[in-house]
Design a protein around this ligand. Structure first.
Ligand code: P6P
Length: 334
């Protein structure tokens, strides 16, 4: 994207519409999709910020496809995204962490040109302790013909075919970060007017990074390469810091702005790791690389992986390029 100055007070809508004008073939459908996601984000933000008052803390008593207890806000976030994506004609299928099967858009709604993968509310186990949580999404352009029912081949494909990705982070403020061919840009919600304003134009992942994020309770179950990397970054002369919020979006976002690496490696007990490929690793890897960072599973570039099923797990090493490369070089034989 040409380096244009957006002045203070640039709304998300203005940014998207003015940026779209630089792409002659653009029809505004992708812009429409991002606006739908932003609306869902505002609705979830409002609920998250009032959860303690609105009886929205705690569990629903249900267990999802992941075998995890569904938090009340998980269900609200999932339903909000489904509704916001189905009726504006831009989406043909939604793959959600909360749903065993994809939601296919059809019937009275136009089966649009995009496929969305989404983790509606990541880190929800942190809700009851008021820790930062977030939404992660990826966007593919379908392979099958627009207007027809979406097909599996529209979504089981390498992350390198993503057209865009982003996340919402519900913390001390609510931010939307969007990545596409126009770069990576952050927008902060002003709840007093209900608008996202451009606050972090052209985000670049700082490198070298000075932070590492990992839950090292699994030390004994990590591969030797992971342990060698942790031993290296703990050397006093490297002046590194350890930060771990236990909420992927929060740990990732901090590293995006300050530089650092997040690791959720394979362990003996969980050889595929914990995090999900389609709606966690793929979107964040797209964003990381678009911002000059990197993402691997300890051996392969995340975006080169071809998923076998919608809910595949994958080990994840993501963040500043120098630290991702250093960790991956050591983990090659794990
Ligand atoms: P652990 C939250 O439950 C989550 O899915 C991610 O947001 C987070 O990075 C990870 O799990 C934390 O896992 O094993 O450290 O509690």
């Amino acid at each position: 994207m040409e380096d244009r100055q957006f002045d203070e007070g640039t709304t998300l809508d203005r940014f998207l519409i003015e940026t779209m004008r630089q792409y002659p073939g653009a029809t505004g459908t992708f812009v429409n999709l991002i606006q739908s996601i932003a609306l869902a984000g505002k609705m979830i933000s409002a609920r998250v910020n009032r959860a303690g008052l609105a009886g929205l803390l705690g569990e629903t008593g249900e267990v999802n496809i992941q075998g995890e207890f569904v938090q009340k806000l998980d269900r609200y976030a999932n339903e909000t995204f489904m509704r916001s994506l189905e009726h504006r004609g831009h989406t043909c299928m939604v793959v959600s962490e909360e749903e065993a099967e994809p939601m296919k858009v059809g019937g009275k709604w136009h089966s649009g040109r995009y496929v969305v993968t989404v983790d509606p509310l990541d880190g929800s186990s942190n809700i009851d302790v008021n820790a930062t949580i977030g939404t992660i999404f990826g966007v593919f352009r379908r392979k099958s013909e627009e207007g027809t029912p979406a097909e599996t081949r529209d979504v089981l494909r390498p992350g390198s075919e993503l057209l865009g990705a982003g996340y919402l982070i519900y913390g001390s403020g609510t931010m939307l970060v969007v990545a596409a061919e126009f770069g990576v840009h952050g927008f902060t919600l002003d709840p007093s007017v209900g608008e996202f304003f451009l606050s972090h134009p052209n985000i670049r992942m700082p490198s070298p990074g000075r932070i590492y994020s990992i839950n090292d309770v699994y030390w004994d179950d990590f591969g030797q390469g992971v342990r060698d990397f942790l031993t290296a970054v703990r050397e006093p002369k490297r002046k590194m810091s350890s930060r771990y919020i236990g909420s992927l979006v929060a740990d990732f976002h901090r590293n995006m702005l300050k530089g650092g690496v997040f690791l959720y490696p394979a362990t003996g007990k969980s050889p595929e790791g914990k995090l999900r490929l389609m709606y966690e690793a793929f979107p964040l890897a797209f964003i990381a690389e678009m911002a000059g960072g990197g993402a691997t599973d300890g051996k392969r570039r995340i975006l080169d992986i071809v998923p076998e099923s919608l809910h595949d797990r994958v080990p994840l090493v993501i963040g500043s390029k120098d630290l991702v490369d250093e960790a991956t070089a050591l983990m090659k034989n794990d």
